[in-house]
Design a protein around this ligand. Sequence first.
Ligand code: 9YW
Length: 429
Amino acid sequence: IKMTLTMALDDEQLIADAKATLIKNDLGGYTVPTHGLYPFQWNWDSAIVALGWLPFDEPRAWEEATSLLSAQWKSGMVPHVVFHKHSDTYFPGPDIWGVKNTPDSTSITQPPVLATVIRQLFEQTKDRVLVDSQIEQIVKQLIDYHLWWYKQRDPEYTGLVVSYHPWESGMDNSPAWDEALRAVPKVGWEYTRRDINHIDASERPHKEEYDRFLYLVDFFRKMNFDDTLIYQDCPYRVNDVSIISILHRGTKDLLALCKALNIDNKQTEYLAHRMDLTEAAIGKLWSAETNMFHSFDTRSNKLCSARTNAGLLPLFAGLVNEKFTPKLIEVLDDWLLDRPFAISSTHHDDPCYEPQRYWRGPIWLHINWMIVLGLEDYGFLKQAKQVTDASRNLIYTSGFNESFHAETGARSGGADFSWTAAMALYWLL
Ligand code: 9YW
């Protein structure tokens, strides 16, 4: 299937193409984001992709989640990449991460959108025997995962968990990280990137960023992956507003699942208490200058200055109070004004905006989907429709790409991309 579509195809054809994309990327129990560029299982990709399988293969949707959870660490952490099968087309692989687990994985995690996805699967799967055979085990693992987040990533009970790597945010080269990353030394050894064999360098992070990404990977290994040591000494330690929002929404959805399953115990009480702490602390991430939320660098004690789409995700979490809501919506209205394609990952007036470079401008559909769910919860239906239409335009313009050029809607990053096909199937078509 050729995904460089220049004109709108009818929806039926697009649905068939989206299904074919997932089937093509299926490596048996898990779906790679796209062949070549990302040949393994990624955490938040898999969660989103499960939603794409749901309308046409329910068992496969659930399997996407269980294969990811099969890599859960004893601590409760669910890794950001699971290296189920060997591949040479991606760098850095398991040898560089140095983790001694089976299956091989990285030592960091990714935004925990899985709990929200499992709630949707639980509510929408028609085959209830399938649901009943899996749900309790999955919920148990999700509770461990969320407990790990709060205990290890917010040991001081601040209400705001921390992240140790831009890869952990899933928004690798977002300008939000520029200042915090500058404090990280560059790695001392030579290496060969593989990403720029697949994608033009103008659409990827710079070497400057990779040098620091790899320093951090080395650092985790040197710390023996010890959560306490890393919390103390990691040179990069950020309150990522996207992770905080996704975690908060995920915990809410997880507690709703627990209620449906009559699970009510010390652990669920603890999670509810952690949610209260986050609600009390979120104001720290609000900027009265930009009227939106920002991530916070806990090393320099400063808000990250760039205006990015992550700053809208507290809507998804239900973390925006009455005082902030009208201001944030005003910012969004301005962001969307006269834009056939939206929402750019960095605001088009921000000095760091680059419409073609990965998380510095291009549009990502799964982020739009989360923002739309938030807008609907808050009753901003006009804006929800605007973002949904602007997202559908992208599919019509250029198909199932990793992300989209913020001005032209053209492909940015990889083609034949699983999470975009999944969002098309589950949400847009
Ligand atoms: C990398 C797989 C992943 C996504 C991330 C995205 C990118 C990996 O690809 O990171 O090597 O740059 O930033 O969000 O999960 O699609």
